[in-house]
Ligand binder design. Structure first.
Ligand code: AMP
Ligand code: ZN
Length: 113
C-alpha cells in the first residue's frame, strides 16, 4: 500500500520519532505549524475518521491519552495545546492514514481560518 505513514511505521522513511509502543507511533511533523507540532497515529492503517469502527474505540482513547502525555512532556500542559484530526478535503486531510496533530508553544487562535 502506498501510504507514507505506513512506510514510516515500517521504518522505510526516517522521521524524528518521539514515542512508540505496539499500537502507536508519534513523531515530529516535518512542516511544523507551531513551535510544537507532533503527529500521533495508530500503526493500524485507517484511511479517515469516517472509517473508524467500534473496535477502534480503545485505540482512539490510547491515541488521545498518548497525546496528552506528550503534551505534558513538551511543557504544554499548563499553557495549553490543541489536538486536531483532519478529515477529507474540507477538513484539510492530506495523508489518508488517521493521525492526531498535537500543536502548541504559542497562542493558536480560534476559530481556525
Ligand atoms: P493532514 O493534513 O492532517 O493529513 O496532515 C498531514 C501532516 O503530515 C502534515 O502536517 C505534513 O506536514 C505531515 N507529514 C507528511 N509527511 C511527513 C513526513 N514524511 N514526516 C513528517 N511529517 C509528515
Ligand atoms: Zn497507512
Amino acid at each position: 500500500m502506498d501510504c507514507i505513514f505506513c512506510k514510516i511505521i515500517n521504518g522505510k522513511v526516517p522521521v524524528d520519532k518521539i514515542y512508540e509502543n505496539k499500537q502507536i507511533i508519534a513523531f515530529c511533523d516535518h512542516h511544523p505549524q507551531a513551535p510544537v507540532h507532533q503527529l500521533i497515529l495508530p500503526k493500524k492503517h485507517i484511511d479517515t475518521l469516517n472509517d473508524l469502527t467500534v473496535e477502534d474505540s480503545a485505540l482512539l482513547g490510547s491515541l488521545i491519552q498518548t497525546a496528552s502525555q506528550l503534551a505534558e512532556k513538551a511543557g504544554l500542559a499548563k499553557p495549553g495545546y490543541r489536538l486536531v484530526f483532519n478529515c477529507n478535503a474540507d477538513g484539510g486531510q492530506l495523508v489518508f492514514h488517521i493521525h492526531l496533530h498535537l500543536l502548541g508553544g504559542r497562542p493558536l487562535g480560534w476559530p481556525p481560518g
